[in-house]
Structures are given as C-alpha cells and as structure tokens.
Design a protein around this ligand. Structure first.
Ligand code: ZN
Length: 432
C-alpha cells in the first residue's frame, strides 16, 4: 500500500489523508502503519484557493495613479510597462506567485499581455517562476493589437501584430501546455485594445487546441461606451458576435452586465473572475455576484494586478468579496463566509475548467490544500466565520498535488524576501 500523509486534528473539516497526490479519506481517519502524520491541531483547512485573474508583472509598478479610474490609470501606466524587460517580468512573477502561495493559492492565473520588445520568452520566464514556487499556473497568453493610431487606448509601441501574436501563442501552447501544472489560455486583453480579427482568431485557435479563453469584459462604463461607439453593441452583445459566449470562456470583472445578459452568460456557462479590491480601488463598479451565481454563472475570485490591488494576496479577497456583496445588496445576509470560500475554491476551479479535480475536499480530488493557522480564532464558534471575517492570515502549510509548497509558514521553493529585494531594485529603476 502506498504510504499516506495524514493531516491530523484540523478543526475544519477534520482529518485528511493523502496518497499519490490525491485526497483518499476525510473526517476521522484511523491510523495505519506507515502513515506520515502532520499535526494541524485546531487549524482550518480549505481546498487550495484558485486565483482566476492576475497580472504578475504589475508587481513592478505598485502605488501609481492612485486616484485614477481605469482608463486614466492605464494611460499613465502603459508607457512605464513598455519599459519592462523579460528579466523584470520574471522577478515580478516570482514575487507575485510566492505571495499567492503564502496566502493560500494553489492555482494561479496570470493574464500577461505585454511582450517586451516582441520577446515572447517572457512567457517562458513566467512558467519557470511557477515551477520554482511549485504552484499550478493558468498562463493566459494575453495580447493587444489595437494601438492608439487605430482607435485603441494603448500607445502603439506596446501592442503587437496579429500574425506574431498567433504564431507566438502556438509556440507557447506547444512548449508549455501540459493540462496539469500548466494550462495555456488564449487571452486577448480587452475590447479597447484588440481588433475583432484578434478576438475571432483567438477563439478559433483556442478551440482547435481544446483550450480556454479569457479576456477583460464589462469592467467600466468607459469600456461600455467604447463598444457602443465602435461597434454599436454592448460588450456582451459584441462578445457574442465574436463567438466568445461559451462554457470555455471566463471573463475578468463582469460588472456592467444587465439582466438579460446575465441570463445569456449563465445559460452558456461563461465564468466571471470577481476582483473586489481592484474594482473598489478603481471605483469600477460593483459586480452582481449573487445575481450571476443565481443565473448559473461560475464566479471565482481574482487578485487582479497589484498596480490596482496593492496587496497581491488572495486571502484578503475572501473578506472583500463578502463586504462588496453585502454593501451592494444592503443586506447583511446576502453573502455569507461559506459563500466567499466557495468563490475562492470551487467557483474559481469552475472558471478555470478544472472543477472535476480541484476546488473541493473530497476523496478522489487532487490534494491541493491550504492549512490556515487557527490559534487566534479558537474562540470563534463558526470556524469559517472566524477565517473569513477575522484577521488576514498566511498559510501554515500549502500542498499542491500532495507536495508541500509552504511548510510552517516558509515558502520552500525560493527565498521570498530575497525575491522582494530583487524586485524593489528593479522597480526603482522605473521611477525616473
Ligand atoms: Zn485585469
């Protein structure tokens, strides 16, 4: 019999036994000879959190355009991002993924749409950073092909040509997609930075390879006005015209969606990455999470880039999603701690198309687990209320496919403090 690892003594949901990277038993697990036991007395264990939307490179540019809305913020930041090198993005990815791991994330998603001087080795660098940290990566090969001179928002020098985007995406898929630790996703950036040709070619390419599609949509009123002016269509209508309304698609933000569109997305199975801190920071609007879920839309949580989030940890988004939903509804029972945990785990796994083996603690599921210290909330009757509403915390242990990634609070794959120091050195170069 394969040796088991048994996490023993958790206050929630009880003991968990792992073998061959998979959860084999939960609840009260009887001891077996040869068990490797990890005592987690009083701790709380959730399925590993899934981050459904991020821009890791933005770790290079925190604290800028602090009082701006999305378009003002982008216009200030695009030229700075245009100066990043592949090595800068690598340094930011290492910090970003490390911070995700210590805040409970086992499946990261990076929507990367800036290719420094056309060098798509940037995607190899992000994959390498994920391997170093040891967490799963949904690598969204992002793209922009609509510069300012063509009616887009970004300056011309930060966009790519359609042909090179397609060729590079093919290359990244062939080299990195393994359907386990790395999932490549085809991900044009946003309606105001892409051509219709890019949206349609991306959908065709993703479906040819059986991969998922991701983009920003319905984030702001400005974006909606751009679509009405350019296409005479609301963003979701335009998405439909591009052939993007399907269960292989998830959208970042999904705020400005009307009732009819929510029904359409729900019946098609399009997911939404809800990024409550970023939405609040940019005053983008309030995502209709409860309406989306009621219509059957899978909703997951996203950090979004730290140039609009500033924290970069997934744990705080649990509490923020609860606060955002209650404020929007003006109803304290509209969204409960268990709802926030669902968004962060199984909801996220559904968005990423991996809910068949990730996002819940059941025998047969992959052993992707976040062990949260429970000492300081031992007095709280409901452990999930203590977890979600209580102080921000970092994991005691993190397991990905049964492998320890964080142990006793320490990230095993790299020196996170050194990674931060290297990032700061590089980021200061951009201050001039
Ligand atoms: Zn984003």
């Amino acid at each position: 019999m394969t040796a088991r690892t048994v996490l023993r003594g958790a206050r929630w949901p009880g003991d968990i036994a792992i073998a061959d990277g998979v959860i084999v038993e939960t609840g009260i697990v009887e001891a077996q000879p040869g068990d490797a036991v990890v005592n987690v007395d009083g701790d709380i264990i959730t399925a590993g959190l899934a981050n459904t939307h991020h821009h890791l490179y933005q770790w290079m540019t925190r604290g800028r355009a602090v009082g701006c809305d999305l378009f003002g913020w982008l216009v200030e930041l695009y030229p700075v991002w245009g100066r990043l090198t592949v090595d800068d993005v690598a340094a930011a990815a290492l910090v970003g993924l490390g911070e995700l791991a210590v805040t409970g994330c086992t499946s990261a998603s990076d929507h990367h749409y800036l290719v420094p001087h056309g060098d798509d080795a940037v995607f190899d660098a992000i994959v390498e950073a994920a391997a170093t940290v040891g967490i799963r990566l949904h690598l969204s090969r992002g793209s922009m092909d609509l510069g300012k001179s063509q009616g887009g928002l970004p300056p011309d020098h930060v966009v790519e040509g359609l042909d090179s985007i397609m060729a590079s995406t093919e290359r990244v898929i062939a080299q990195h997609h393994d359907g386990d630790m790395v999932h490549v996703v085809v991900a044009p950036c946003s309606p105001f930075s892409v051509s219709s040709e890019l949206m349609e070619a991306s959908a065709a390419l993703a479906r040819q390879h059986g991969l998922r599609l991701h983009t920003h949509l319905c984030e702001t009123i400005d974006e909606q006005e751009h679509c009405l002016e350019r296409f005479g269509r609301r963003p979701v209508e335009q998405l439909d015209d591009w052939g993007w309304v399907g269960d292989d698609v998830w959208l970042a933000h999904g705020i400005w969606i009307n009732d009819e569109e929510i029904t359409r997305l729900g019946s098609a199975g399009v997911g939404v990455a809800h990024c409550p801190s970023s939405n609040a920071r940019l005053a983008a609007g309030a995502c209709r999470v409860t309406d989306l879920e009621a219509a059957g839309v899978p909703v997951g949580l996203g950090v979004d880039g730290v140039a609009s989030n500033e924290v970069g940890g997934l744990f705080p988004e649990l509490r923020q999603s609860l606060y955002a939903a209650r404020l929007r509804a003006m109803d304290p029972s509209a969204f409960m701690p268990a709802d926030a945990v669902r968004l962060g785990t199984s909801g996220g796994a559904s968005c990423l198309g991996v809910a068949d083996r990730l996002g819940s603690i059941e025998p047969g599921m992959a052993a992707d687990l976040s062990v949260w210290p429970g000492d300081d909330i031992a007095d709280v009757v409901d452990p999930l209320a203590g977890l979600v509403l209580g102080p921000d915390r970092r994991v005691r242990h993190l397991y990905v496919g049964g492998n320890p990634v964080v142990q006793d609070g320490h990230l095993l794959g790299c020196d996170l403090a050194a990674a931060h120091a290297e990032l700061a050195k590089r980021a200061r170069r951009l201050w001039d």
